[in-house]
Design a protein around this ligand. Structure first.
Ligand code: SF4
Length: 372
């Protein structure tokens, strides 16, 4: 089992990978910082603290500060310093025998819904491959991503055990779940256990996939369709030309079919969020059917909010590879809790234990980053 208390040791994936059928250098090999400090031989007791304070004075909330040092004591001191100053250690990596720590200045944007009980929500990543390759996808989904399927048999067992654990909401996400031939059966199994929301880009409702959609319970299944802006320009810039129009067609079709549709926007700034709120107001979309979240600096994203485990209240997330702390980093080693999915009660207990340990350790309130 991977222990989340080693929480700033985010192991980055290999430096090159397939995206949209092309080999490319992954920017995630090195998190870009606004300020780089080479500490040389300095420690907290000998000069580094003054450098940090000076760098903070030049920084704004959300800026990233990187410190590189060969001194082993610096890591523990940095962690303690972050805890007491309200900054967050978001990553560490080894470069040429020295450690590079990245600190985010200030707290992550909080979610007012942070009182949700741990274990009430369950997330399932059903496959990871996707018909789109959005430039900020937090789990690097794309048409070239290999399918890593949970599979119907495992989903059925998860749903069965989730019902016994009194999970009150299940969220099913892909990549794009409607690529799966058995998505109707997967969603039906989940919907028996708890009200289920399927996250989709809304672009595949034709042929057998439309039939799959039509077979679902209107009472137990909600569609959360991604729409990043009120007009195509920004949505298409991140997701590909023509995708806004096709997503909107998906929204209208799902509504015509009698489904509850929630609209989910991923935005870069508060101004973009505000613009989308005005659009939702005009469309008379009720508050419960709106999700607006910031781009997370994970996966393919080159810019966004850098998030550490301590920023996130856990929402148990299951993929083919194991159980993760939160859906926003469902393939990142720093958020992996255990590779053993079953029995589900043990997975939930592992996440709770990790949360308790982390809370004791950090002695500060975690905030939540909402994905639904
Ligand atoms: S953000 Fe959603 S639609 Fe875009 S590549 Fe990732 S899984 Fe697919």
């Amino acid at each position: 089992m991977s222990h989340p208390s080693v929480r700033f040791r985010l192991t980055r994936p290999p430096a090159t990978r397939e995206r949209c059928g092309q080999r490319y250098n992954m920017r995630v090999a090195r998190m870009k910082a606004n300020i780089e400090i080479d500490a040389g031989g300095k420690t907290f007791a000998a000069g580094l603290l003054a450098d940090l304070i000076a760098a903070l004075r030049r920084s704004r909330s959300g800026d990233l500060l990187a410190i590189t040092s060969g001194e082993v004591s610096v890591g523990a001191d940095l962690e303690a310093w972050c805890r007491f100053t309200g900054n967050t250690l978001v990553e560490s990596s080894i470069e040429a025998g020295r450690t590079r720590w990245v600190i985010r200045c200030g707290e992550a944007p909080a979610n007012p819904d942070g009182t949700r009980p741990l274990g009430s929500r369950l997330w399932l990543y059903t496959n990871f491959d996707c018909n789109l390759c959005c430039d900020y996808c937090c789990v690097r989904s794309s048409p070239a991503a290999p399918r890593r399927a949970l599979g119907l048999a495992r989903v059925r067992r998860i749903a069965d055990e989730a019902a016994q654990l009194r999970v009150s909401e299940i969220f099913v996400t892909g990549g794009e779940p409607f690529l799966l031939a058995d998505i109707a059966e997967i969603l039906a199994a989940c919907a028996v256990a708890a009200p289920t929301t399927v996250l989709t880009n809304g672009m595949l409702f034709e042929g057998r996939r439309l039939e799959a959609l039509r077979s679902l319970s209107r009472d137990r299944v909600t569609l959360q369709i991604s729409l990043d802006s009120s007009t195509p320009e920004r949505h298409d810039r991140h997701r590909g030309r023509g995708t806004w129009a096709r997503a909107w067609e998906g929204v209208e079709l799902a509504r015509r079919e009698g489904f509850r549709v929630r609209l989910a926007a991923t935005v870069s700034t508060e101004a973009e969020a505000e613009e989308f709120r005005r659009f939702l107001d005009a469309q008379q979309i009720v508050e419960e059917d709106r999700v607006i979240r910031r781009i997370a600096l994970r996966g393919f994203a080159a810019q966004g909010v850098a998030l550490a485990l301590t920023d996130l209240v856990p929402e148990v997330t299951i993929t083919a590879e194991g159980v993760y702390w939160h859906p926003v980093g469902a393939e990142d080693s720093d958020l992996l809790v255990t590779r053993e999915i079953f029995p589900l009660a043990d997975s939930f207990a592992a996440v709770r234990r990790a949360f308790d340990r982390d809370r004791d350790h950090s002695r500060r309130l975690a905030s939540i980053f909402n994905c639904a």
